[in-house]
Design a protein around this ligand. Structure first.
Ligand code: ZN
Length: 151
């Protein structure tokens, strides 16, 4: 991974993906995703936020842009059982932790020096191309709250 990516602006980063042409709409959607990425917004949350920046944008356009950006590898879809698809603009290797109490989804990185491909015992000859790891559980804040109620 390059360390230069931190200096790249949101729109420039997306332009690097397969020569994707950044229309104004795609740019707005991509900016919403990079701004809200930690919250892993659903398509309707992206729409609400994009509309604040570009009142003329339609839900259909937002869906279209999300599809294009996902196809170009600029953003990733996050699938959690029974939940609406969410979107993530963090392209570093990471897993998602889903809190079943507060419905928050957050990124969890690898331990320093760990290699994602060596975490699982893959059958010989398999090569990892993409990993989607989702962990369901209760986040620290909710767990604390539960214990508080139990006491
Ligand atoms: Zn993520």
């Amino acid at each position: 991974m390059s360390s230069e990516t931190t200096e790249t602006t949101a729109s420039k980063a997306a332009e690097d993906f397969g020569g994707l042409r950044m229309t104004k709409q795609r740019q707005v959607v991509y900016e919403v995703l990079t701004d809200l990425s930690k919250g892993h917004p659903t398509a309707s949350e992206v729409f609400v936020n994009a509309k604040e920046r570009m009142p003329s944008i339609s839900l259909a356009t937002v869906y279209n842009c999300l599809e294009t950006l996902t196809g170009a590898g600029a953003v990733r879809q996050v699938h959690i059982d029974r939940e609406a698809t969410r979107y993530c603009a963090n392209l570093q290797p990471h897993a998602h932790f889903y809190c079943t109490d507060c419905d928050k989804v957050f990124d969890i990185g690898l331990e320093a020096g760990a290699d994602a491909a060596s975490v699982w015992s893959l059958p010989p000859g398999c090569r990892v191309e993409e990993m989607q790891v989702a962990i369901r559980g209760v986040c620290g804040a909710c767990e604390k709250c539960r214990q508080g109620h139990a006491a």
